[in-house]
Design a protein around this ligand. Structure first.
Ligand code: SF4
Ligand code: SF4
Length: 358
């Protein structure tokens, strides 16, 4: 917040070759992009976050309202932090990310969730890199998505890319497909130049959004976003969005996939994140049969496990309803008797829709 007592940046003590050595080590660990910035953010970032929260556009993600000061001020999270090393890890798909959307029998899982939980994969690599720095007697802390850290503004400031009109980071080299991680350190490293906005007159992401979740460029109303609705939102999904969800059963990639900067992205190479065969185009009928134990077994180590069986099967039921595939009627009818009332209601909706009454 304005007036937060940001520490004076000490003289740069770390030589340029140490930055090069860190970047080299990061590349060896598989990171596609590395940038360096100071452990501060300008007051506008806090204002942006506050406006987003006050408008209620974060929906039920109440955790965003906590530790706001720590989000907006890296040194409020860790007072010893002097520099932030921002790291991008590519998960660019090797094939068309939206290929499933026209298939009536399968569900579509967001590209990032088709194998292991990226938090686990990236955190391990960040810890390796942090050890490399700590061996020089410096303090380090690593973060991947879950801590109160404004990852995208820090990445932009560190020169990795810019926050595009879809609000995610876009890189001129890697498109919209970067996982972000950070190392906060006590090292005084020379900051890199920030990246500037290269969206220009493009509006592809806004046009592609099925639910018109962008009230204006660079602003996202999460309450309308299919990623939020299928992952974060508990309980029934409002009927006004169900048709637009189509067969997206976990997340949505539409705005990312249409970004023209993706043409420069090379396919991600981490095997632990490469799409599992059974999650590339999973048959809806098989997913709908998962009970609690089978769900847990199938999604062990997957990010999908976090939302739990019932929320996932709710999404599957909506996709079945949207399939227009009468052969899925028996499975929809079966879901109407599910022990979970939200799943049962979604199953009933699917039955009505398959009968053409929705
Ligand atoms: S993820 Fe999908 S629903 Fe959400 S903003 Fe992007 S295109 Fe729209
Ligand atoms: S699709 Fe176009 S407007 Fe959207 S982030 Fe990419 S370049 Fe920017």
């Amino acid at each position: 917040m304005p007036g937060y007592p940001t520490k004076a940046f000490p003289p740069i003590v770390a030589a340029v070759d140490l930055k090069a050595a860190i970047a080299q080590k990061a590349a060896e660990l598989g990171f596609a992009a590395t940038g360096f910035t100071r452990a501060t953010l300008p007051p506008e970032k806090l204002a942006y976050l506050q406006e987003f929260l006050q408008s209620g556009q974060h929906g039920s993600m109440g955790w965003m309202e906590t530790r706001v000061e720590q989000r907006a001020h890296p040194q409020a999270l860790w007072p010893e932090a002097i520099s932030v090393i921002s790291l991008g890890f590519s998960y660019a798909p090797g094939a068309d990310a939206l290929a499933n959307l026209t298939r009536k029998d399968v569900g579509n899982i967001s590209v990032y969730a088709r194998n292991r939980d990226y938090h686990d994969v990236i955190k391990g690599k960040l810890k390796h890199l942090a050890q490399f720095i700590a061996a020089r007697g410096e303090g380090v802390k690593v973060f991947v998505d879950t801590a109160p850290v404004m990852e995208k503004p820090l990445a932009e400031q560190a020169g990795l890319g810019w926050q595009g009109k879809h609000t995610n980071l876009v890189s001129r080299s890697h498109g919209s497909w970067l996982f972000l991680g950070e190392i906060y350190t006590t090292l005084a490293l020379e900051p890199d130049a920030p990246e500037r906005d290269h969206c220009g007159t493009c509006t592809a992401c806004q046009t592609a959004c099925p639910t018109q979740a962008f009230p204006e460029p660079y602003k996202l109303d999460a309450r309308r976003c299919i990623s939020y609705l299928t992952i974060e939102h508990a309980g029934p999904i409002a009927e006004e969005f169900r048709l637009y969800i189509g067969n997206r059963i976990y997340g949505c990639d539409d705005c990312l996939a249409v970004c023209p900067w993706n043409k420069f992205a090379q396919a991600g190479r981490e095997q632990k994140l490469a799409a599992r065969e059974d999650l590339t185009a999973p048959p809806l009928v098989e997913l709908a049969l998962l009970d609690e134990a089978a769900f847990r077994q199938k999604f062990t180590a997957s990010p999908i496990k976090r939302i739990g069986r019932n929320r996932f099967i709710r999404n599957v039921a909506i996709a079945i309803g949207n399939s227009g595939n009468p052969s899925l009627l028996p499975i929809a009818e079966r879901l109407t008797a599910d022990a979970d009332p939200v799943v049962a209601e979604a199953g009933a909706w699917a039955v009505k829709r398959l009968h053409g009454r929705q």
